[in-house]
Design a protein around this ligand. Structure first.
Ligand SMILES: [Zn+2]
Length: 419
């Protein structure tokens, strides 16, 4: 078993922990991004003196995170030994809590899924944490470096709790304690985030987005929608850790009542149930989106006219929601993560409609990317949270700014700023 280094800044319990400091993280970021680099190149890229780079590299090698490759002869003098991320020794664990389901998987430090993720259905929300605990226990060995835990809804990493989540509907309004999972994690960092930010972490590391770009990622599923906002490569913090609740952007239109308690939410509109309201008796949203714009479908009503009309109504609201969000946030990129991006007629119409609604100056600047990851495992995305904490600053936030929990108990009113 490998020795682990003492945490440099004692975190209360003074526990031993694998410790990556900012300077080492910069080395890892460069190796992740650039592939192989020698100590000398790392010194040149970081501006850190060669001795300190040597010490950091030795420490990262000792921890099993970095390894040496075969040396390259680069002119006279000592051959330079390239270094790379070591995918063979350590791994990270992704643990995902979704409505009715818990999933755990392992990823190599290069982001490859190791084996099939474990999963359990949990029809009873009161047993969800116990199920997650069992899966996490099965996934951990001494080689596990960090854990990414993704949850739907709002979470509080400082209080180690789930505050409000579609995965725990029917529960009392009490926060769900995550202490059993933190206890199992022990000294390993556990990165608790919303599942949309887990997707955003994945997108960020795979696409090597410029660190200074702001990215808005929208995940669109049948009856479920969420957003994640990255500011300079970090999740925006806000007043609570969660997704950017794009799905609950509301319109003045009749829909089923959303789990948030209101009608008119965009995620109630972009759904199969909304098609039923429009008299489309058969087929899911995805099936109709896949056939959208395809001429002469004789098995459908009037060759598909009613279906196309309903899909166009959905397109209209969806593009309005996305364009409003982009106009408001003005990100460098909008990333659409959805199975819907597979259907060219549908996604072309969506992109046209979004662009038509963006402010002129934004149309020229915002990049819109399509990213189809609908069939990926939720545990895999959660694992990328752990990788993001290795390769990027700002992902392992232990203490969220939390003015409400910090305010005196018994304070009856929400804080109001004095005009
Ligand atoms: Zn809602």
């Amino acid at each position: 078993m490998r020795a682990v280094k003492r945490a440099k800044n004692g975190n209360g319990g003074g526990s031993a922990a694998v410790s990556i400091d900012t300077r080492q993280r910069e080395i890892l970021r460069l190796l992740w991004r650039g592939g192989r680099m020698s100590r000398w190149e790392l010194h040149r890229r970081t501006g850190v003196n060669p001795n300190a780079v040597g010490t950091d590299v030795a420490d990262l090698m000792h921890q099993g995170i970095v390894r040496e490759c075969q040396s390259e002869v680069a002119g006279p003098g000592r051959p330079r030994i390239p270094l790379e991320i070591d995918p063979t020794v350590r791994y990270v664990v992704g643990l995902a809590v979704s409505p009715g389901r818990v999933e755990a998987g392992r990823l190599s430090l290069r982001g490859n899924l190791l084996g099939r993720p474990l999963s359990r259905s949990t029809s009873d929300p009161s047993k969800t944490i116990a199920a997650a605990q069992a899966l996490l226990r099965e996934s951990l060995t001494d080689q596990a470096l960090a854990i990414g835990l993704s949850v739907t809804g709002f979470v509080d990493p400082a209080q180690r709790a789930i505050l409000y989540s579609s995965s725990f509907t029917g529960q009392s309004s009490e926060a769900v304690a995550l202490a059993p999972l933190y206890d199992l994690a022990g000294d390993r960092p556990l990165i608790l985030e919303n599942n949309m930010h887990a997707m955003a972490a994945w997108w960020l590391l795979v696409h090597q987005a410029e660190a200074d770009e702001d990215v808005m990622l929208a995940g669109i599923n049948d009856g479920q929608m969420g957003g994640a906002l990255l500011i300079e490569g970090r999740p925006n913090r806000g007043c609570v850790t969660g997704a950017n609740e794009l799905g609950h952007m509301r319109f003045f239109i009749d829909t089923d009542v959303c789990y948030c308690g209101h009608p008119g939410c965009i995620e109630r509109i972009v759904s199969t149930e909304f098609l039923r309201r429009r008299g489309i008796q058969h087929g899911t949203l995805m099936e109709h989106a896949s056939r959208y714009g395809v001429d002469d479908a004789p098995h459908l009503t009037n060759g598909g006219a009613a279906e196309n009309k309903a899909i166009e109504e959905i397109l209209d609201y969806l593009s309005a929601a996305l364009a409003n969000a982009v106009n408001f946030i003005r990100p460098n990129r909008l990333v659409l993560s959805s199975e819907l991006t597979r259907y060219p007629e549908f996604s072309d119409a969506l992109l046209r409609s979004i662009r038509a609604r963006l402010l002129t100056e934004l149309v020229k600047r915002v990049r819109i990317d399509l990213w189809d990851h609908a069939n990926s495992h939720s545990a895999e995305a959660a694992g990328w949270l752990a990788l993001a904490s290795l390769y990027r600053e700002g992902w392992n936030q232990k203490t969220a700014e939390h003015p409400l929990s910090a305010s005196a108990a018994g304070a009856s009113a929400a804080p109001v700023s004095a005009g």
